[in-house]
Every structure is written in structure tokens, then in C-alpha cells.
Design a protein around this ligand. Structure first.
Ligand SMILES: *[C@@H]1O[C@H](CO)[C@@H](O)[C@H](O)[C@H]1NC(C)=O
Length: 294
């Protein structure tokens, strides 16, 4: 009898241990939940390494087309609310999940963990996400500074008009380092998320409740300016040439978002790979990312 019980217990333990943690994915700008060549191929890569894993690729809107358009036009906080209710109504996610966001999906999933009550996110993996926003044009050649800088100086003014803030997603993470005050008062999404105006203790506690916050940076990224934003760094305030790492920033020193505490507690993981935006090899993915999904 005892022997059977032991055998039974072993089977139960093994079965339990082998139930993989579910994964929630958020696609990037211009992409959708369900493109077989983008998020679809990511899901296949994950499933090949973690058989039986439950995955949910977030679809913001009723159709794939709506999902793509909403990535440009639906105010981010409304998107977070939609994602929050999708995640909460999925019983497969009730015991917690890992989350992996691509490009702007990286900062959106961070917004999800900070803003969505009653979910349990274990690891957050940001693949080229822009946690300090952007200040530049995709693919603007770095050596042709004049035109790039003219464009971004024009946008520094335009991005914060209420009409643009309410209708263009990317303007909600446009970060003008020259006029930090303007950014902090007129940008309706990122300064709030990063606790820059007031310290929202709930945001801080929820972010700190993550097991790991993994940030992958693409060393040769031509889409994101500055690339440092993928590691939560940005331009030092007041100018747009010199980069400041997260650890050098005020955000870190004051610890208004809990990132310093997380760093000291080994909850922050900084990964880097050579290549342009979202260019990730299967080998790198399997070796460096998959361990955080197991
Ligand atoms: C990519 O960036 C890395 C790190 O900055 C650099 O060492 C490497 O030469 C770059 N590769 C290309 C192809 O530019």
C-alpha cells in the first residue's frame, strides 16, 4: 500500500512540476496578434522548447485589422484596460503567467503589471521595448544628423498637443529630453507609468512583485532612438546627445519606481544581442530567453 502511495505521489509531483507556466505575448507596432510569420513563429519557437505550454497572443480589438490599427491609434491606457480584462477572464492564466512583449508591447506589458489589479505576472520579458520612450525617427541614419534632428525637434513640439496625445499611440511615449518639464506635464502615458510626477506606490509594489524583469537590447537597432531606452536608459536631461544609463538616472537614484531595489535584488536582467530591431536568432532565443519562460 505504502509503495503505491509513494508511486502515486511521485506521479502527482511530476505532473505538477511539468505543467508549464503560461505565456502572454504582446506584439509590436504595425504587427498583430496573429501573423503566422511574426508572433506565430515566436509561439512555435516557444512550444518547441516548452511542450504543452499555454500561450495567449493579445488581440486588441475584434479583428486582426483592428488590432493592427489600435497599435497606432487607440490610447495606450485604453489598450491596457482591454488587455487587463482579456487576461483576467482567461482561466488558464488564473494561477499566474510569464509575459513577453515585442517593441512597444514591452512597455505595454509593463503598464499591464503596474496597472491591472488582480493578475499574477511572474517574469516580464521586454524584447526591444522602450521604457524611457523614444526621441527620434525609425531608421533615421545616424550620420545624417541634420535632417534627423530637425524632424525630432519639430516633433518635440507637436507630439504633446492634446489632439496628438489622444490619437497617436507613439506620441504617448515620445520623450523630449530637452524639455523634460513639458514631457512630464503633457505626455499622458509614460511619465505616469514611470512615477515621474507623483510616486504611485501601487505601481511600485506591483512592478517589484515581478520575479524577473528581463530587458533585451538590440545593439544595432535602427528603429529605436536612443537604443538605451531598451535598457531603461535615456538622454541625460536637457540635451539630446549624451546618454545616461538607468543606474545613472534620477529615476534610479530616487528609486521612485523601485528599479534600484529590484536591481540590487537581482530582479533586473539586462540582455543584449547584435542586430537590428527585433532581429533575434533561434539560438539566442533558446539559450537566453527560454530559461525565463520555464
Ligand atoms: C553592433 O553593435 C555592436 C555593439 O555596439 C558592435 O560591436 C558591432 O560591431 C555592431 N555590428 C554591426 C554590424 O554594426
Amino acid at each position: 500500500m505504502l509503495r503505491y502511495l509513494v508511486a502515486f505521489a511521485t506521479v502527482v509531483t511530476l505532473t505538477f512540476a511539468e505543467t508549464p507556466t503560461p505565456l502572454v505575448i504582446w506584439h509590436g507596432m504595425g504587427d498583430s496578434c496573429c501573423n503566422p510569420f511574426s508572433m506565430g513563429s515566436i509561439i512555435r519557437m516557444v512550444e518547441a522548447q516548452i511542450p504543452g505550454i499555454y500561450t495567449l497572443s493579445l488581440k486588441i480589438g475584434d479583428t486582426t485589422t483592428a488590432d493592427i490599427m489600435n497599435g497606432f491609434l487607440k490610447p495606450i491606457n485604453e489598450q491596457i484596460e482591454m488587455a487587463c480584462s482579456i487576461v483576467k477572464s482567461d482561466e488558464n492564466l488564473a494561477n499566474g503567467f510569464n509575459a513577453m512583449g515585442f517593441s512597444q508591447g514591452g512597455q505595454f506589458l509593463r503598464a499591464l503589471v503596474q496597472q491591472c489589479d488582480g493578475i499574477k505576472m511572474h517574469n516580464l520579458i521586454s524584447i526591444g521595448g522602450q521604457h524611457q520612450g523614444v526621441n527620434g525617427f525609425p531608421k533615421c541614419p545616424v550620420d545624417d544628423f541634420t535632417i534627423c534632428n530637425t524632424l525630432r525637434h519639430v516633433l518635440n513640439t507637436a507630439a504633446y498637443s492634446p489632439a496628438i496625445q489622444d490619437h497617436l499611440v507613439q506620441a504617448e511615449y515620445w520623450h523630449d529630453p530637452i524639455n523634460e518639464e513639458e514631457y512630464k506635464t503633457k505626455n499622458i502615458f509614460l511619465p505616469d507609468l514611470n512615477n515621474e510626477n507623483t510616486v504611485n506606490e501601487v505601481y511600485k509594489q506591483r512592478l517589484m512583485s515581478l520575479n524577473k524583469f528581463v530587458m533585451l537590447r538590440f545593439n544595432n537597432d535602427t528603429m529605436v532612438q536612443p537604443v538605451a531606452s531598451e535598457w531603461f536608459g535615456f538622454y541625460a536631461p536637457g540635451q539630446d546627445m549624451v546618454i545616461q544609463s538607468l543606474q545613472e538616472s534620477n529615476l534610479y537614484k530616487t528609486d521612485q519606481l523601485g528599479l534600484q531595489a529590484m536591481d540590487k535584488n537581482n530582479q533586473l536582467v539586462f540582455l543584449a544581442t547584435d542586430g537590428d530591431h527585433l532581429q533575434i536568432s533561434t539560438e539566442f532565443f533558446n539559450e537566453q530567453i527560454i530559461p525565463y519562460l520555464k
